[in-house]
Design a binder for this molecule. Structure first.
Ligand code: F6R
Length: 365
């Protein structure tokens, strides 16, 4: 059932191109230049009128939510807040009629996420679910929603469910924007990017041998720092979480520009820094961040756009991803980070499918 892979996690990482097709099937309508989301069709108009959207989730699903914030604000121009489900429910959250809450959960059973959705519903907000497990409690209790169709995720560390969640959020943002905040041409461009995504992800997976040798070199590190900007900031958080969960190496993710406000003090040759640095509007800024790390004796693993030779001069190692628009990058840059964590963990002899102290679904509060 692992289809020839050594672990479920590796199988699930490599499955992502097909999963991405499944998530988009029937929903990304290139011929009609639009997105069709059956699960929210009846509520779409009401969603487009939302005063504000609150996204609640935990863990990796919360990282997907952060990317959702960037997507919905950029495309649909609706204000979005992202909250840890546990924090939302224990303050006095301001939420009510006219607000929309989106809850994101792979398992659909996470206790804190479920409680946040019940609270929002009670206060009169419309609640939309993004779940993977069909018929799960969260999927049943939401007013409407979209399944991620990623198939069963067995590895405890979430990989394909995360990319599927981000694709659903991208499609949702586009559905909210059409005929409102985006022109038909802009929507069409975005649909084309989504359509090309599975092929691009396949290309990244082909680099897995190189990623494995980078893992070999860094497997004994005790701390890691992950940096990214904009759409890639949540990816830095997700890369760090993946490493912690399965390799038990301490790792932190930061917005690249925040490094100088504290974490820079930690940098030395003992702490590798993973910098997500695709060619986008902030590329030059990220290069300066790399220089700052190098000037302090740090070692840098960069994630860069194919063809970027300049970065080779600066970084110690480079993991390449194909070029793409800013909004699509998280779906590309997260792939080498999943593989890096996987290889580091297996080289350290860790049980990646069943990491210690973790459960696939967290039903305690
Ligand atoms: C990370 C991971 C956890 C879950 C979190 C939420 O790899 O698996 O952080 O993402 O427990 O779970 P769901 O999405 O099922 O609500």
């Amino acid at each position: 059932e692992k289809a020839g892979f050594e672990h479920f996690m590796l199988k699930e990482i490599f499955e992502q191109p097909e999963v991405m097709q499944d998530v988009m099937r029937g929903r990304v309508r290139l011929d009609e230049g639009r997105i069709q989301l059956g699960g929210i069709a009846d509520q779409l108009e009401q969603l487009r009128e939302a005063k504000r959207i609150v996204i609640c989730a935990c863990g990796t699903s919360w990282h997907a939510g952060l990317i959702g914030e960037y997507l919905i604000e950029e495309f649909a121009r609706i204000p979005v807040e992202v909250d840890y489900a546990s924090e939302f429910r224990y303050r006095s959250p301001i939420v009510g009629p006219g607000d929309v809450m989106i809850v994101i959960s792979q398992s659909g059973e996470t206790a804190d996420t479920l409680a946040a959705l019940r609270l929002a519903k009670e206060k009169g907000a419309m609640v939309v679910g993004i779940c993977n497990v069909v018929g799960s409690t969260i999927a049943r209790e939401t007013d409407c929603g979209m399944y991620t169709h990623a198939g069963p995720e067995i590895g405890v560390a979430s990989t394909k469910a995360f990319t599927a969640q981000v694709i659903v959020l991208t499609m949702l943002a586009l559905a909210l924007s059409k005929d409102r905040t985006m022109t038909d041409g802009e929507v069409m461009d975005a649909l084309r990017c989504l359509n090309e995504l599975p092929e691009r992800v396949k290309r990244i997976l082909d680099y897995n041998g190189e990623i494995q040798s980078i893992a070999e070199e860094y497997k004994n590190a005790r701390n890691f720092l992950y940096l990214g900007r904009g759409y890639n900031f949540p990816v830095a958080l997700e890369g760090a979480l993946k490493l912690k969960e399965i390799s038990y190496i301490h790792a932190e993710g930061y917005p690249a520009a925040e490094m100088k406000h504290g974490p820079i003090a930690l940098i030395d040759e003992e702490m590798p820094v993973v910098v997500i640095a695709p060619k986008d509007d902030t590329y030059q800024k990220v290069l300066s961040n790399i220089q700052e790390v190098k000037a302090r004796g740090g070692r840098v693993i960069a994630i860069a756009t194919e063809g970027d030779e300049e970065i080779r001069e600066l970084a110690d190692h480079v993991m390449y991803v194909p070029e793409g628009k800013a909004f699509i990058m998280p779906l590309l840059t997260v792939i080498p980070l999943q593989l890096l964590s996987y290889y580091i963990a297996t080289l350290r002899g860790c049980d990646v499918d069943r990491p210690r102290n973790l459960a696939k679904s967290v039903t305690v509060e």
